[in-house]
Design a protein around this ligand. Structure first.
Ligand code: TYM
Length: 355
């Protein structure tokens, strides 16, 4: 039996990077696997507080993320949808795993460095003078919590975008290290399952305004990303100001023409029926001006997310009690799986009187 787990931070409505890189894949897996397998999708609010959040805004974002997950097509009857902080086993397993996690390995993780705008070779023990914000323990140990999320369900597969690959490698190594440690300590045959990564075809969607960087929720320019709730007019405007180049015509060359190639990729991945590959699509559109290309991409993106946008409005208009009931149901379902694994972990490390 496959166990699918993935998470998304509630830091605003998802953008096309989240959608194409992860959420659409989650829905696809749900629709293919729900009859025989288990799918868990979590709103990872504990991860969100590793950087400063406004409490009111965070609470609102949690709600918006629930609505977004329903809007893209996740179905509480087929997937377990829940907020991470509602299932306290995540924090508890994190603590236990922290006792097996290597600081040296965490120090090589690139995410905390990029969040603090530190160079890739920065060390946690060597605070850079160019960085005013202190490195917080939670941000540093973020990957341990992420590993706990995954390992708590004995997850077999984790669908994510490419930016999460390093964290998943960490989770696998941590599972292997933990298994090794408990194997030499006792004769229980409990093991944590090292999970596999599933990368979607659109594993790295780039920013519209800076197409050599990934599209990101934390970019201060809202025109750098298209949200899954953006109206046609907003989509058109954002694409109009997308950074391209002054080469004539359309061609696919991610290295030499990152802006144009990102637009081609967006169009291709939103609706894969338009061509056999991004290269083919670029050939079909060869003679278009930048302006005409952007208009075309805007049409396809609008078509591609129209249903999501409409469903989002519907879900947000639902009575609060209905959403709360859905969250409660997810919490209970996830909790029953998580409680079982945590019990076994505790027994394996000796935190149990029933040995
Ligand atoms: P988060 O919230 O940043 O992103 C959610 C998902 O969207 C993917 N993604 C992208 N894919 C392609 N192109 C992009 N530009 C792009 N931007 C984001 C991410 O890869 C991710 O799959 N640490 C995770 C959340 C997490 C998690 C987990 C994931 C916590 N626990 C356990 C999997 C399993 C994060 O911050 O994702």
């Amino acid at each position: 039996r496959k166990i699918i787990f993935s998470g998304i931070q509630p830091t605003g409505v998802p953008h096309l990077g989240n959608y194409l890189g992860a959420l659409r894949q989650w829905v696809k897996l749900q629709n293919e696997l729900h009859k025989r397998h288990v799918l868990l999708y979590s709103i990872v609010d504990l991860h969100a507080i590793t950087v400063k959040q406004d409490p009111k805004e965070l609470a609102q974002w949690r709600k918006e993320m629930f609505a977004s997950l329903m809007a893209v097509g996740l179905d509480p009857k087929r997937s377990i949808i829940f907020a991470q902080s509602d299932v306290s086993y995540h924090s508890e397993l994190m603590w236990i795993l922290s006792c097996y996690a290597s600081i040296g390995y965490l120090g090589r993780m690139t995410q905390w460095k990029s969040k603090l705008a530190l160079p890739d070779n920065a060390s946690p023990f060597d605070p850079s003078p160019s960085n005013k914000a202190a490195l917080k323990l939670g941000l540093f140990s973020y990957p341990v919590l992420q590993a706990a999320d995954i390992l708590l369900y004995q997850t077999t597969h984790v669908p994510v975008g490419e930016d999460q690959a390093q964290h998943l490698e960490f989770a696998r190594e941590l599972a292997i290290g933990f298994n090794h440690a408990i194997a030499t300590n006792n004769n229980s045959n409990f093991r944590l399952h090292p999970p596999e990564t599933i990368l979607s075809p659109a594993k790295r969607v780039m920013s519209l305004t800076n197409p050599t960087k990934k599209m990101s929720k934390s970019d201060e320019n809202p025109k750098s990303r298209i949200l899954i709730t953006d109206t046609k007019e907003v989509i058109q405007n954002k694409l109009k100001s997308a950074l391209t180049d002054s080469v004539e015509g359309v061609s696919y060359d991610p290295e030499g023409r990152p802006g144009v190639s990102n637009l081609i990729d967006l169009m291709y991945h939103i609706d894969e029926s338009v061509a056999a590959s991004p290269e083919e699509l670029a050939k079909d559109l060869e003679g278009l001006s930048m302006r005409a290309l952007k208009e075309k991409v805007a049409d396809v993106v609008d078509e591609g997310i129209r249903d999501v946008r409409e469903k989002y409005e519907e879900v947000m208009a639902m009575p609060g009690s209905e959403l709360r009931a859905l969250a409660k149901k997810g919490e209970q379902q996830a909790g029953s799986y998580a409680g079982k694994t945590l019990g076994e972990v505790k027994r394996a490390v000796g935190l149990s009187t029933e040995l």
